[in-house]
Design a protein around this ligand. Sequence first.
Ligand code: 5GP
Length: 195
Amino acid sequence: MGIGEPAHPDVAEVLISAERIQARVKELAAEIARDAAGQDLHLVVVLRGGVILAADLVRELPPPVSMDFIAISSYGSETRSSGVVRIVKDLEDTVEGRYVVVVEDIVDTGLTLNYLTNLLRDRGVAALEVCALLDKPTARRVPAEVRYVGFTVPEAFVVGYGLDYKQRYRGLPFVGTLRPEVQESPAPPGVPPRL
Ligand code: 5GP
């Protein structure tokens, strides 16, 4: 992207550039690797938003790292979680006795993470840490301990680098806000409810 060029026609503002994200992800991976030294590191990736961060992280972590995926649905509108969550796709592997790092796109109200960390503790993890690309601490409704935070963002609805609006924009390499007219337009036909 050249100077002065729009990032994408639907984007109002780029909050965090692709370059800053890439540099920060390398730092996060280094911190995780240092803290997990000598442990059997297992990433629990929260679908779908955590996938992009996990894909970049895992390539910076020592090769024995393993990863598994869980999908949790929160009932609510496209831009607000209601606090009611359920598992849509469960993990394949056991987490019992393992050193687990949860990989999330964003911690907003904290409700999803709260549900997930309780679940993983109930399943007997040996150690549990959380890595989130973004943290919106002012939106918190329940406490959430996030050890590895990429960036702290204000209370705006953001997309990109895993974060969607109606399942779109996850592939943008930066994090930004959408133009209001884009958010108001109806979903294209066949777009399923968000995960
Ligand atoms: P929670 O409110 O439970 O902490 O966040 C749950 C989920 O809501 C996040 O994993 C993310 O998928 C979604 N979410 C929260 N804030 C935003 C946002 O600003 N943009 C997008 N695209 N999703 C968000």
